[in-house]
Write a protein that binds this ligand. Structure first.
Ligand code: SF4
Ligand code: SF4
Ligand code: FES
Length: 258
């Protein structure tokens, strides 16, 4: 059975915009992205929306629905009352390009700061081995579809533009943790996680975990263990003694730490 959905959509660009009201005919089983596509097809051909897979896998259709960061293609209309007005706005943490499309290049900049995997030598038989539990931990982290909803919800940057320089955000703490706990990787990213990525600014509110469409336990499985590793390094008596007698560990660029 179809019905008339009341939609309120933010329309505008970097100079400013406003919420506009529409009524769109929708059908049973549809998602918010279907309703926006019908709006585009029947009333507002110039409505800008970023999407690709319509299956929750490309991470393109991130926006805010009734103020909550969500994927447009995975949010069912049946989650709402038929009489309810659904409000769709762009992700607040990133600059608007137009309508629901934001400039997420902040995330690409942070990704470039992170050194890639550096594997140690192979075993004598030419193979590399790791424990199954290490494989499974990495698999959870690799489910990330880079929708950046966790980045959007994180209050450290959501309400504080000036923190963006010093803070990489939960999506990248996940990557730091994945590589730092990888048993075959040889690079020590702990100093970088602390000083360049600003993991110390995270106060473990778990909002990032709550919005992750892949159900990754970002805070418990990545951020907290990574914070513990950073603290271990900082307060490790051997590291402290080494710094006193000149045996300083190397930093993430392979340089001697000061
Ligand atoms: S747990 Fe940390 S990274 Fe996640 S939203 Fe909260 S402050 Fe941000
Ligand atoms: S960790 Fe989850 S919320 Fe964050 S970018 Fe990846 S899939 Fe999206
Ligand atoms: S369109 Fe790909 S995740 Fe929504």
């Amino acid at each position: 059975m179809g019905y008339d959905l009341k939609l309120r959509v933010w329309r505008g660009n970097e100079a400013g915009g406003e919420l506009c009201d529409y009524t769109v005919e929708v059908s049973e089983g549809e998602v918010v992205l279907d309703a926006l596509h019908r709006l585009q097809a029947t009333q507002s051909g110039d409505l800008a929306i970023r999407w690709n897979c319509k299956a929750g896998k490309c991470g393109s259709c991130s926006a805010e629905i009734n103020g909550r960061p969500r994927l447009l293609c995975m949010t069912r209309l049946s989650d709402f009352e038929e009489t309810e007005t659904i409000t769709v706005t762009p992700m607040r943490t990133f600059p608007v390009i137009r309508d629901l499309v934001t400039d997420v290049s902040f995330n690409y900049k942070k990704a470039r700061q992170l050194p890639g995997v550096e594997l140690g030598p192979r075993d004598a038989d030419g193979k590399r081995r790791m424990m199954q539990q290490d494989v499974e931990r990495g698999q959870e982290f690799r489910k990330c579809i880079e929708c950046f909803l966790c980045q959007d919800v994180c209050h450290v940057v959501r309400d504080h533009e000036d923190n963006k320089e010093a803070f990489s955000g939960p999506r990248f703490f996940l990557r730091y943790a994945e590589l730092d706990m990888h048993p075959l990787d040889t690079h020590d990213r702990r100093k970088l996680a602390q000083e360049a990525a600003g993991i110390g600014m995270c106060n473990i509110t778990k909002c990032c975990t709550e919005v992750c469409p892949e159900g990754i336990r970002i805070t418990d499985n990545a951020i907290i263990p990574m914070k513990e590793r950073v603290v271990d390094r900082k307060y490790d008596p051997l590291v402290w003694l080494g710094s006193k007698i000149g045996l300083r560990p190397k930093d993430s660029e392979g340089r001697q730490e000061l």
